[in-house]
Structures are given as C-alpha cells and as structure tokens.
Design a protein around this ligand. Structure first.
Ligand SMILES: Cc1ncc(COP(=O)(O)O)c(C=O)c1O
Length: 457
C-alpha cells in the first residue's frame, strides 16, 4: 500500500508514505484548537470545508497536525495536479527564491515569465500565433481576458452560462451564476453581462437527447434578440463546468456556439482554469469539442500549488491592448514561474495527461457501479481526473444536499477528503492529484462506497 511519488527521486524532499492512516478522530484535538484560533482571527466569510489543519503533504496524501494521513481527492480544488509538494516543484521554488523573489516583470523582466508564456502558447489549443500574459489567479485571468476582448472588438457585452463559475472579483462574480454564497449581498454587479442556459444534459427540461439543440437555440435567441450579436465582445465558457457541478455540456453544443461566435465576430474565451493542464485527460478540455478558442484562461494546476494564472490568445487580439494596459505588481512572479516550469516539465515527462485518463478509466466505472446500486447516486460524469456524481432523493432527480453533506462528513471521518459542488449543492466531485497511486485511489473509492452505503442505511 505504500507507494512512491513520481519525481520523488529528486533531491530536497522527505517522502510522505502514500497511505491512509488515522491516529485520532478527524478533526483531532490539535486541529480543533487551531480552529478556535481561526474563528477568533479569521472571518466566517472565508469558509472552511473541512476543519482539519494540514501540517505537511506529499503526492496524494495530506498529513494533519494530529498526525492523521488523509487521502486527498481534492488537490486543493484542482491545483496540486503534480502532487502536493512535488519534489521537482519544491526544488525549483527553492532555487529561484535563493536567486531573486521579485522584480516586477513590468519594471525589470526575467526569463521565467517569458518561458511560461512560450509554453502556454505552445500547449493551448490552436495552431495560430499566440501571446500570453501572466497574473496571480483564475479570476484575474478571466478579468484580463474580458479586457482584451473588449479592447480588441470595441464591443461591451459578455455572454456567460447558467451554472458557470469564473471567480469572486466584481466582474467575475458577476459572470458567475450562483447567487449564494458567491453573490449574495455583494451587488450591484458589473454591467453588460448576459446569461444563456447551459446544455446540462441531466437537468435539461426537454431531456438529454434534445439538450444540445434546444440549448443552442436559446443561446442564439438570447444573443440576437436581447443583446445584439454585434454588441458582444466575447462568450466566456468553461468547457466542463467546475464549481457548477462538473457539467459536461451535451456533445456538439460548444462546437455550435464556437461556430456562431466565429460567424459574428464574437470572441470565444475558454475558461480552462479548472479543466486545464491535463486534468481532464487532455492538456485542455476545449480539445474534446475540437474547439480552438480565441482566448484561453488558465490558473490552478499550472504551477504545482504556487499562485499563477495566464491569458493566452491569438496574437492580433492580445496585441490590440495599448502599451501598459495590462499587468499588475505580482503577475507572473518569478518563484511562481519557476514552479510552473517544473510542473509543466513533470506533466510532460511523467505523462500525467495519460495518468488523468487512467484515473478516469479506474474511477468512473466505480462511480457508475455506485449509481447502479443506489438510486440516490445519479449521473456519474466527467472526464479524466475530473469526476462527479449527483446525490439525489430516491426519485433519482431531486437534489439532496443533506445527503451529500453526510457522505462528505463520513469520508472525512475515515480519512478521505472529497469536495462538493453544484448549483443545488448536491454534487460530489473528485479531483485527485494526477500522480495518485492506484492503490490509494482504490482505497479512497472504497471509503466513498462505504460512506454512501452508511449514509443511506
Ligand atoms: C473555471 C474557473 N474559473 C475561474 C476560477 C477562479 O479562480 P481563482 O479562485 O484562482 O480566482 C475558478 C476557481 O474555481 C474556476 O474553476
């Protein structure tokens, strides 16, 4: 059961045994003490999904302050794809931090930033000439993509989708669909944002078979009758929706949206912040619908846990912004860039894209089997290592967030961290690190099986 972590032969990192092991209740006493300090020092607006304080982490295991080893099926929300504290990333960070930690790329530039942009230009979909810029987060990437789209088209409007999530800043909160917790009390929102239905097969009123056609018709109707196609700078869409519940759009829907955009001078922005960097079993999920977006936003899995985001787009669009119209003090920080280069090397060198596909091949059948056993587990879905099920009432459809909360609590108590998502708060999602060992994956899925059975008993 103890597995090695890919890349662990590199110097500088103590290994953490890749196994689940509980020595106290979860959360343990030290976590509870820290939670009391947290409550006194940090406002509740910054939520805590699991009140377990981490002391160290490696590969697919989190070790808490009480000495418990938990299986990580969340990767810090799709971030530590190369594994937590990946030895190659840790070494690159240490090396860069010892040389210089910051200059501000807009003041005195450095090679790492340029090299990350070169990699983004090469790896993102589309054979055309591209340019990239770097920022600190996914939200900042989406904000900047909209700035570029508006500057390049001279148009104001942005079209997004139901169930979409794009961040927590004023603009990206506005682009995000779900009201609570993301928007409640934080209005007024940014203007010129319009929302179309998403082709969500499991919940489409007319049924999954009619989903792609009907959702496309409603998208075209919204753009042409309510906004005006010639007013739309860009459509922003996640190729697989993340926080909205790992909604895989009905096949053909995104392709038709992309064609409509191309026909009306509307830029297509693929928000690949959650889906990017191998997570779905391809470098970018736009590839599954054969889409070459005009602009792609990235963050999360790009840098092995360091804060970094990017906007990559057609050169003529990115170049449309005037000199110094884009940037920020920390954007493309040299330490984060060093981490990104090490993480990208690892994704390529260890074929972590293939590993994501393998995780899907192993885990999706397990989720399907779970759904066959329990009518309350519905619509196993996702791609690669981005997988989910909906927890529902026995009717097989009505969302059951209380059941999900119970399952998540039982998993945590047995040492497995799983995440929630979904507009109705009833989606259980799995985002394991792509380096996770197959035994660890199987053990975590066994715990999930047992947790569902116990919650329904
Ligand atoms: C698709 C997508 N876009 C944007 C964001 C925002 O990223 P960040 O939290 O780094 O600002 C997220 C975060 O979950 C996301 O999933």
């Amino acid at each position: 059961m103890v597995q090695t972590i890919p890349g662990a032969d590199r110097p500088g990192t103590d290994l953490i045994p890749q196994r689940r092991r509980l020595v106290t209740a979860v959360p343990g006493p030290k976590s509870q003490e820290l939670m009391a300090r947290r409550t006194a020092a940090v406002p509740p607006g910054v939520g805590t999904a699991l009140p377990v304080f981490v002391e160290r982490a490696g590969g697919g295991v989190l070790v808490d302050v009480d000495g418990n080893s938990l299986i990580d099926f969340g990767s810090g929300i799709a971030v530590t794809s190369v594994g937590n504290a990946a030895p190659a990333v840790a070494a690159a960070v240490a090396e860069q931090a010892a040389r210089f930690t910051h200059t501000c790329f807009m003041i005195t530039p450095y090679e790492g930033y340029v090299e990350v942009c070169e990699r983004l230009n090469r790896l993102t979909p589309g054979g055309f000439q591209k340019r990239s810029m770097l920022v600190n987060s996914g939200a900042e990437a989406v904000e900047n993509a909209v700035k570029v789209a508006r500057a390049a088209t001279g148009r104001p409007a942005v079209v997004v989708f139901e169930h979409g999530y794009h961040g927590r800043t004023l603009l990206t909160m506005t682009l995000t669909a779900k009201y609570r917790p993301y928007k409640a009390g934080f209005g007024p929102y940014a203007p010129e944002v319009y929302r179309a239905p998403m082709a969500y097969p499991f919940r489409w009123p007319g049924g999954a078979d009619r989903c792609a056609d009907e959702a496309y018709d409603r998208f075209v109707d919204l753009v042409t009758t309510q906004v005006g196609a010639d007013q739309v700078a860009c459509v922003v869409v996640e190729p697989i929706q993340g926080e909205g519940g790992f909604v895989v759009p009905a096949p053909g829907f995104l392709r038709r949206v992309a064609d409509f955009c191309a026909g009306h001078g509307i830029l297509l922005v693929a928000d690949e912040v959650q889906t990017g960097f191998g997570r779905t079993g391809d470098w970018f999920a736009s590839t599954f619908e054969d889409i070459e977006p005009d602009l792609v936003t990235t963050a999360k899995g790009i840098a092995g846990g360091l804060p970094l985001g990017g906007v990559t787009g057609r050169a003529e669009l990115m170049d449309a912004v005037h000199v110094s119209g884009l940037g920020g003090t920390f954007g493309g920080n040299p330490v984060a860039c060093a981490a990104a280069l090490a993480a990208i090397d690892m994704i390529e060198g260890e074929d972590l894209v293939g590993r994501a596909r393998r995780i899907g091949e192993l885990a999706l059948p397990r989720l399907r089997a779970l759904a066959e056993r329990h009518p309350q587990v519905a619509d196993p879905r996702g791609r690669g290592a981005m997988l989910a099920v909906e927890l529902v009432r026995p009717d097989g459809r009505t969302p059951d967030p209380a059941l999900l909360a119970d399952v998540v609590r039982r998993c945590a108590a047995e040492g497995v961290v799983v995440l929630t998502a979904g507009t109705y708060g009833n989606v259980l999602r799995l985002l394991p690190p792509l380096v996770i060992g197959e035994d660890l994956l199987a053990d975590g899925l066994d715990v999930l099986d047992a947790a569902v059975a116990a919650a329904l008993a």
